[in-house]
Design a protein around this ligand. Sequence first.
Ligand SMILES: [Fe+2]
Length: 540
Amino acid sequence: MLRKQSVILQTLLLNLITIAAFGRVDKIRVVWQGNASTSATIGWNQASGSDPILFFDVNDYGKIAEDYALSKQPDRVQVAEEMNNHFVRLENLHPNTTYYFIIKDSDGTSQRYFFTTAPNSPDRRLSIIAGGDSRNHRDARQDANILVAKLRPHCVMFGGDFTENDYPNEWKEWFDDWQLSIAEDGRITPIIVTRGNHEYSNKSLIDLFDMQAIGGFYATALGGDLVRIYTLNTLIPVGGDQRDWLENDLRIHGAKYHWRIGQYHHPMRPHTARKSEKNDQVTNWAPLFLKYNVQLLVECDAHVVKSTYPIRADNGPGSDEGFIRDDENGTVYIGEGCWGAPLRSNDDDKSWTRASGSFNQFNWIFIDKDKIEVRTIQTDGAGRVANIDPKNIFKAPVGLRIWSPPTGDVITIAAKAPAIPAYDDGMMAARGGEQSVAKYHPSEVPAVEDEAANWDSCPLVVIDPGTGEAQIKYNLEETSNVVIRIINPKLQEVTRLELNNQTPKEYLKAVKMNHLPPGRYLAIVKGDKKILRRFRVVKK
Ligand SMILES: [Fe+2]
């Protein structure tokens, strides 16, 4: 008995010491909005203490604040939902770079966390978790959050309906549960937020996630020109300003990207009969999705599971509820919720429905230049799932339950063949129409002198047979925009890596070569257009 009491006392004391030493910073979140390669917002609740400062660095200095190279005071303090929300807006970050951070205030220092900015090269594959509707059942919500921590995606696209009534106690619980999406090593997954009908107004997201787009619609760029993510708002008029913005952005920016994907709350054609059709969205948005080739959309709200074949709006023969299957030009729709909200029955399939179901889930989406892959993950029972290998975040960990309906467990959206480069018709024939080749414009035709070097005089790099990567080493003496190009003996560029604003130091960059046939290649490293290194690369 005495022993038990002393254990309880010890535990109490430990908790008190922990609170004192860590200060009272909690409910941490990292938010992506505009350019995810160079910016992020870090938010938290300052429960006690004063004068918090965020210390951050590309090196991990644990809890030693003075060793961190960079620091920033909050850009915004917003009391909302009975939380003292603090936001630091980080800009001009390096792409594909891990930033470690701590928050130090008058009372103490937080735990050390980290997040990684998005790559800015389309040669890096992305992993994204997309889902929403977390409003009621905390156990189911917590399971899905735990899986975020275990799967270590580049980001989460969250489709709205965070809480039931938008009440303070519900939001506090939501953010407490969100901490389960932080991995054991302190890794935080950035979130891209969407408004649902259970958010009372746009202000909920403006105040809790520091959303800069006051209308709740905005675009987020990841992976250089790899993908542009459109977040739309179905709780305000979908025509007018929002439609105009969407069309302008798709026309001016979106067209430059390999992939255009999106998220919004209300499904156009819900797969439960209890939800109404959203004809306004069909009228205002669907024609733009077709015209500008939006390839994938994530819908929420209905609390069922669905995926469609590629479809476009059409009322002609063969159509169903105003859409028709079009494998060439259509958009794949996935969704519809459920991150812990009450499940509904999937009783409203259409002729173009690929699969439907009713269980807690999110979508696990892989994106590279060649294709998008979508899997549906059953999120209940997350405790049985192992942690993913951080070195291979595309290999499902043991215990992960990937839904396998009769139409298959993976939806693949293949890239369309690239346009033939205008300057060299012969090149396309040599490439055999491969989709993985780098695309470039006539103004970026490789300068002849780059390749004129005597290849045999260049140092040799051997490709690692395990990873299929070549390790390219170079040194920068000043901050530069670096381009690494791989060319074949026909002097055709077959791979290109662009790394902007690299700081002076020695680099060892892994360049993927596994998509290339065996043979001899030349790697050329340029910093601000000057040649830094050349290597012979041999693939056996
Ligand atoms: Fe909803």
